[in-house]
Design a protein around this ligand. Structure first.
Ligand SMILES: Nc1nc2c(ncn2[C@@H]2O[C@H](COP(=O)(O)OP(=O)(O)OP(=O)(O)O)[C@@H](O)[C@H]2O)c(=O)[nH]1
Length: 360
């Protein structure tokens, strides 16, 4: 980060004692230099994000275009060219089938119904635009990319979720992303329940030159997390990602263990973990809501990753999660390759799910 600021400060004559030392003397950089560097860095980051979003929109069209959500809505507008109840009924059925859940679907359809009665729509394309806007309005408040707070050293990410949702895979993808962003990184193999998970992380770490803190199978995951944070602090690491074993939201003992990990981390840094990232399998359907409710109660989730939206996922659950919890959706998973973890982009997501706008 700020590579071009890493030049050695020029040597200066020892300053004569004065009542008011000049501000830049400590680092060799003036406040203006630092402000300029910060601006350049922010601009580079924004440009990279913009490029990634553009690329992601293409990828989303390709993968989500085949989802049940897209397929259910696909022929709907050409089959119902009239502004009438049949059209609204079909939209309602399509959204429910696509896993949006009853409350979110009812909210969207009732709003369209009211506007249709108020004669707000001149034609079907106008209703389609309103539907798109309503769907976007649900997602925009939760589109908050994960920002690594440089004042938190290390920035600790605790990943949680039910078994097999893609936590360990997501950690690998995230780690690669943070490395590309120039952050130094360490992993804590807290999934001590499944020996293969520790091995999986270790192999990944060796291959990518990332130190993995592990204590072997059956170790106390809170102890692994503590060890990880202590080591990361000692090595001045930017980001520590701690894995945890998958657990069912109904397993109370295991859910309580998550609270313990959180408390143990806070002993070393009162603000840690800085992000509790819950990974949710997008194919889970409405049960994802129950999972999040329980995990949030146990460990206070601060961000979500919804994976496997490329598979048999219907896509609608993303709206239901956003509506009910309002928690930031940081990333979505569109496949198993590293680049398939995409920053959540509501416009790209909605446009990939909706068919082309009907002709007037
Ligand atoms: N299609 C698809 N597969 C994914 C995605 N993310 C993860 N997977 C796959 O899901 C499977 C489970 O992933 P893991 O990372 O092992 O899941 P986990 O949550 O760590 O599993 P536990 O340790 O058992 O809790 C693997 O086969 C991954 O390749 C995704 O976005 N799309």
């Amino acid at each position: 980060m700020f590579d071009f600021l890493k030049k050695k400060p020029e040597k200066t004559e020892p300053a004569k004692p004065s009542a008011k030392p000049a501000a830049p003397a400590r680092s060799g950089f003036s406040p203006d230099d630092l402000a300029r560097a910060f601006t350049v860095h922010q601009e580079e980051k924004a440009a990279r994000l913009e490029a990634e979003l553009a690329e992601g929109r293409e990828a989303m069209k390709g993968t989500l275009g085949g989802s049940l959500f897209a397929r259910s809505l696909g022929g709907l507008f050409s089959r119902n060219p009239q502004l009438d109840e049949d059209l609204l009924d079909e939209i309602e059925t399509a959204l429910i089938t696509a896993d949006m859940g009853v409350p979110a679907t009812t909210e969207v359809v009732e709003r369209l119904r009211k506007r249709m009665k108020d004669r707000d729509f001149a034609d079907v394309p106008a209703l389609f635009r309103a539907l798109r806007n309503d769907l976007l309005a649900m997602l925009k408040p939760v589109a908050k990319p994960l920002e690594i707070d440089a004042t938190a050293k290390p920035f600790v990410i605790l990943t949680v979720g039910v078994n097999g949702v893609g936590k360990t895979t997501t950690i690998g993808k995230l780690a690669r992303r943070f490395q590309l962003d120039g952050h130094s990184l360490m992993l804590a193999a807290g999934d001590t329940f499944r020996a293969a998970a520790v091995e999986q992380l270790k192999i990944w770490g060796e291959r990518n030159q990332v130190h993995v803190v592990a204590q072997g199978q059956d170790a106390d995951p809170a102890s692994v997390a503590f060890d990880g944070l202590q080591t990361a602090k000692a090595k001045d690491i930017d980001v520590l990602i701690a894995d945890t074993a998958g657990r069912l939201h109904t397993q109370q003992g295991l859910m309580a263990e998550l609270g313990k990990i959180r408390r143990v981390l806070a002993k070393l840094d009162a603000r840690a973990p800085h992000e509790v990232l819950m990974v949710i399998d997008g194919t889970t359907g409405q049960n994802a809501l129950n999972q999040l409710r329980q995990f949030h109660a146990a460990v206070k989730v601060t961000g979500l990753v919804v994976t496997k939206l490329d598979g048999t996922a219907k896509g609608g659950v993303v709206f239901a999660l956003a509506r009910e919890f309002g928690l930031p959706i940081r990333f979505i998973g569109l496949g198993e390759k590293p680049e398939d973890l995409r920053v959540f982009d509501p416009e790209g997501f909605v446009d990939a799910l909706l068919p082309a706008a009907p002709a007037a």
